[in-house]
Design a protein around this ligand. Sequence first.
Ligand code: SAM
Length: 214
Amino acid sequence: MTGDEDGGSDEKARLRETFDAIASSFDETRNQPWDDVAEFVDGREGGVALDLGCGNGRHLPLLRERFDTAVGIDFSRSMVALAEPPVVRGDLSALPFRSSCADLALCVAVLHHLPTRAGRLSALDEVARVLGDDGDALVSVWAIEHPKFDGVRDEIRAAGGDHHVPWKRGEEERDRYYHIHDRASFEALVDDSSLDGTVWDSDGNYYARLRPTG
Ligand SMILES: C[S@@+](CC[C@H](N)C(=O)[O-])C[C@H]1O[C@@H](n2cnc3c(N)ncnc32)[C@H](O)[C@@H]1O
């Protein structure tokens, strides 16, 4: 199933336009790697790494210090233009990479933007497909416990996790779609995918270190 077949294509198209529009202001504030990402890649060496939904490419230098090849992919043309090449434009639901080509994959703060559970699941299955047997992935999503959701948590739960978060810069305001997970829904998503591993929470995010179930 692709992103266009899973019922969320309008929401996804709006999100892509939003990321195109906000890319340069996103780039002003998102330039440091997250600690959990740095810890995940620490001690790794050689091989191929993929940054899936790489945004402005803030995690690519970390990967390139350690891996022979590190490629980013993002569906926003403006984000791809900001990231240091090699970076390709493409969608998580159909990754333009060979099966078993990667030793490591990052999918940081991206999965929660996919508007349907079927889409999120097929994205995780795509991660499993591109990882070699010994490969592993770090996947993160925003957690419902994030302080950002104080005051709207009940509303989010009532909506089944679907939520729009405004991006404000000066006069401009745009909504971005998020599926906000609690631990149970994130673990259930992982359980239903072709990946397996452990979930933890850190700084308002759930992280999972995952390997293909094989
Ligand atoms: C919040 S940003 C995170 C970027 C980067 N991973 C980071 O940690 O800074 C989310 C990114 O995911 C991209 N994205 C969202 N849905 C996507 C999809 N279906 N396929 C590819 N990229 C997607 C957006 O364009 C945006 O650059």
